[in-house]
Design a protein around this ligand. Sequence first.
Ligand code: SAM
Length: 320
Amino acid sequence: DLERKNHKVLPRWVRINTLKTTLHSALETCRNDYTEVENWSQLSPSSFCIDALIPNLLAFHSSCNLITHNLYTVGHIILQDKASCFPVHILNPPLGACVIDACAAPGNKTSYLAACVGKQGRVYAFERDNQRVQTLSTMMEKSGADCVHIQHLNFLKSNPCNFANVTHMLLDPSCSGSGIVNRLDYLVESQQQIDQDRLAKLAEFQVQIILHAMKFPSAKKISYSTCSIHPQENEHVVMRVLDKIQDWTLANQQDVLPSWETRGIAEECGGDKGLLLHFGIPLMIDLAHSLVRCNPGADGTIGFFAALFVRKSSNKRTLQ
Ligand code: SAM
């Protein structure tokens, strides 16, 4: 109990899978089995709460073993950290949209995307790893995500011209995972051993993934996320892309979880080129406010970062 008060243990976040059930029906079951409380900091092993920010998201006490609960076994709920819902929530693809999930397995965000676009929509889910593509396939079947078309391919090798209808893209590439913690005292340990070479390689790959996504002719929104706490994979990656590209920018704060207080780190938004040196500190603060960060434990989530790129003009890009 003391640990929970000190926020050393995260709650178990649960997304209701609206592809198979409704909020109303899932809540009925939860209210039969658990007592409802106002917010996650009041959770006990016998209670749950509804999240005020993300629709269809619930929280349970860390000790709840929901894997054996009927709602989980039949695929009506998906165990997914609150922060990990942010990339889809800010991308917000409409019903019927055609979407790419570039780094999809195990597929928690993929099934969330499928729920957003519905049966008339389509989600192309790329995954290059053999084993992880099997997991992705199983997860999509279990969640009833019929509009997902799995592409067992390296996203970087995909031809943008073959996906001319894709308007929204979700990029959740491999990262250091330094924000993933169950007990927050582990974090201190992991922060002490930062492998700079590995971070540099990951960051280069993350930049390439974003630049490739920006070549898709009808893409107008791209969400980029990591479960890393390192600026090298977060603010620095975003700034490197903005330095290279003219026709994309960051969405304004009011379109990116405006009520969420933890934003990007302004001092890390300097970039290497003249643009920022010229406009200086106010621009860095503005850019940082467009970015979302989660500090592990502070709001009951893992460490996380999310950014939303939007295309400046609605004109289609000319592909070479
Ligand atoms: N978005 C997933 C979710 O929420 O369940 C988690 C994605 S995980 C951070 C990154 C995934 O991308 C891994 O499964 C990895 O194998 C895959 N991946 C990495 N590089 C890729 C590439 N170039 N093309 C396709 N998949 C890639």
